[in-house]
Design a protein around this ligand. Sequence first.
Ligand SMILES: NC(=O)C1=CN([C@@H]2O[C@H](COP(=O)(O)OP(=O)(O)OC[C@H]3O[C@@H](n4cnc5c(N)ncnc54)[C@H](OP(=O)(O)O)[C@@H]3O)[C@@H](O)[C@H]2O)[C@@H](O)CC1
Ligand SMILES: Nc1ncnc2c1ncn2[C@@H]1O[C@H](COP(=O)(O)OP(=O)(O)O)[C@@H](O)[C@H]1O
Ligand SMILES: [K+]
Length: 513
Amino acid sequence: MIESLSSQAIATASQMQAIENLIFQAGMPVAALMEKVAIRITQRLTELYPEQSHPHVGILAGSGHNGGDALVVARELHHQGRQVKIYTPFAKSKPLTRVHSCYAKSLGIPFVSLESLQDCDLLIDGLFGFGLERDVIGDVAIAINTINNWQIPIVSIDLPSGIHTDHGGIMGTAIQATMTFCLGLWKRGLLTESATPYVGKLERISFDMPEKFILQVLGAHHLWRINPKQSLLKNFPISRSVITHKYEIGHLLLVVGSQKYGGAAILAAMGAKATGIGMLSIAVPNSLKPIILAQVPDALVIGCPETESGAIASLPDLDLRKYQAITCGCGLSLDAFPIVEQVVNCDRPLVLDADGLNALASIGKAQIIEKLNQRSSSIILTPHWGEFCRLFPDLHEVERLEALQTAVNQTKATILLKGARTAIAVPEKDGTQTWINPESTAALARGGSGDVLAGMIGGILAQGISAKDAAIAATVWHSQTALWLANQRTEMGVDPVTLAQNLLPFLQISKSQ
Ligand SMILES: NC(=O)C1=CN([C@@H]2O[C@H](COP(=O)(O)OP(=O)(O)OC[C@H]3O[C@@H](n4cnc5c(N)ncnc54)[C@H](OP(=O)(O)O)[C@@H]3O)[C@@H](O)[C@H]2O)[C@@H](O)CC1
Ligand SMILES: Nc1ncnc2c1ncn2[C@@H]1O[C@H](COP(=O)(O)OP(=O)(O)O)[C@@H](O)[C@H]1O
Ligand SMILES: [K+]
């Protein structure tokens, strides 16, 4: 329990400080905690950056306890026999940091100018941690910008210096880390889109925070980091009884496609098929029917009357209530507006994507809130930021995660906000819970990858899995497959068709590992 709580909870600076204060009040000496943390950092550094390949290490030490951590690491690496140099741009520091600085000097570790660090094989960034509250300016900013240009691997302690702990914004400038060792609990800012280009590879270093103190501060907590491996293991393969039949495994209806965007229908179908769905029906404009049938022969393709522009004009005699779930919107075009209204009104478990969202946006926020609150079955909205702002224009200047949580509080819909750090917010009894996907690849920034995802979520939802689990499981499966493919084919080689075709091979490989 303790590991899963501390390995998944995401904290702000004040929450982290409050937990640490409880630890100190209970009797743990501050210096002992710093020692423990820094020894664990050193152990991990030694595994990842051994002395043979990284004999010269430069330490950037700030004036606070982040600098204190870095100075203890400097001392330990010095005792390992590495050539360590320390640079600090501050004349004054906190008492504990100062004594570590004195001891380092007494050991003969040189304190040098910034330029002298240029021949190091590795830099340790201990300038600022969660105590950074104002913009970095002057010499420190110059130092950060200079180091970023050196092409030397940089390991940041707790956070890349210059990243705001809570909102992840860049405070003037920030270290571009190769790797970040986050201490204790995940910091909120590290998992934001704005911090992502600075964080590098992210790892958490535990220092055994007692569960009772974490619970005391986080209480009814609401922000979590998805554990991709655990999520895949927990959700896949979706189990089925040996005596089951196709209608028991779920019947998904896709309401998708237009003459303009025919491929989106095929991509959503490919995503849905990979989930092992029992029955797949696809409603498309009549003229698309032969193409879809040729690509997806195992689906029931329903040709619909179409508008002059080639969008679905109406759904012919379809009893929408017979489907376990509906995915609506991929490639639909805005001319299919009346269809979207009909689908949203029918109150079946629903994934609304792309033009489905744009159509919904056109009725205005007040009506969206009213309509979505009337529904009794689950709805998952899957906007990217542009679509999100069309739906909730009053939130476009609010920080991304705040905006997401507000929208979920208002609509009571599950919202999957797509992007480099996709976040899924779910309305629950004790408040909105938000889950962040910590690993993905820019290989997915390609027209059509969202259509595959919408089909996947629908396929999982139709098999009776909750909206929360379907959204999280599909997001992880989608991004982990993309990472696996990018590793083999480069980011250039992850087109949506290849992605959809590799969902199952990836699952098989990840299960056997
Ligand atoms: N609590 C613990 O014992 C544990 C803490 N741990 C470690 O401590 C870190 C938090 O330490 P922290 O609170 O000392 O803050 P930290 O980020 O090092 O530095 C802030 C200092 O910089 C200054 N400053 C701020 N902004 C500035 C600016 N723009 N430009 C220039 N200066 C600026 C500010 O001083 P000021 O100038 O405001 O007086 C302040 O002194 C945490 O991330 C983790 O690494 C772990 O070891 C676990 C146990
Ligand atoms: N830079 C990125 N890093 C990781 N994932 C990304 C990035 N950009 C986009 N994605 C993912 O790719 C998908 C794109 O979906 P979307 O924007 O709807 O595209 P489309 O509608 O063309 O299919 C989403 O799952 C999103 O999270
Ligand atoms: K740092």
